[in-house]
Design a binder for this molecule. Sequence first.
Ligand SMILES: [Zn+2]
Length: 151
Amino acid sequence: MNVHGYCTRCKRIRRVNVTAPFTGTPTGICAECQQKEVDTRARVGELTIYVPVGPITSIIDPGSAVVGRPGNGSRTTVYYESGRHYEEHDRTFDSLLLHAASRLVTKYPTIALASLQDDELIPVGTYDYASKTHTITDPTTFNAWRAHART
Ligand SMILES: [Zn+2]
């Protein structure tokens, strides 16, 4: 249902697609933002969330968000973010993921990247950069890694 309301993506009042019943101002996603999401998904695809193991963990801070695209060789380039320089409220895993993934997607020059062997990375989930949502498929490994995050 398309009604006049608040777009939660671009934060503007536009015609938005509302799927749930609402009271007050309808909120949803406008057609422009929806299209942008479709384009981004086509361009970026799905990223993999990793937990690193071995010597690299002396370089990557425990609990960091680590993302990459599964390589077609035996090495994968990952981008990571520990939140070390962030304000405390900005150190949620979602926030760290977004920062690391944004650098990967834009190929932003950064020192926070590493080329790792497959046996140095445990895939623990996926990240959909288009909708900024993640899914954890190995909560045991993920939670053990996150338990040591700087908070
Ligand atoms: Zn919008």
